[in-house]
Design a protein around this ligand. Structure first.
Ligand code: SF4
Ligand code: F3S
Ligand code: ZN
Length: 103
């Protein structure tokens, strides 16, 4: 599962689609965590798609990640500022790749 303390345990190494990327990143095998308020661990996401289907405000968008061992698509929190903290995505992800921090 995604580390809920990632903001303490990791460092931002990049920016993507207007959000932070938390390392370590070694493309294409290691992609880190995308987003802060809505955070997706790209190294855990296996492209189930439930988060994209269920988010009521369309926070997520697919991005291509060719060569990643888990999946070659990831749910990117491209619109994390729109999140209404309903927690649906956290509940439906089968591999607990998402952390939403309403704080
Ligand atoms: Fe979307 Fe709700 Fe997840 Fe926020 S908590 S990203 S609104 S599903
Ligand atoms: Fe990935 Fe979980 Fe969404 S596996 S596509 S973050 S439901
Ligand atoms: Zn991203």
């Amino acid at each position: 599962a995604i580390d809920p303390q990632f903001e303490t345990n990791r460092e931002t190494v990049d920016e993507h689609n207007g959000h932070a990327v938390w390392g370590p990143v070694e493309e294409p095998e290691k992609l880190g965590i995308h987003g802060t308020h809505v955070a997706v661990d790209f190294d855990i996401c296996l492209a189930d798609g439930a988060c994209l289907e269920d988010c009521p405000v369309d926070v997520f968008e697919w991005v291509d990640t060719p060569g990643h061992p888990e999946s070659e698509l990831k749910a990117d929190p491209a619109n994390e500022a729109q999140c209404i903290d309903c927690m649906l995505c956290v509940d439906v992800c089968p591999v607990d790749a998402i952390d939403v921090d309403p704080g």
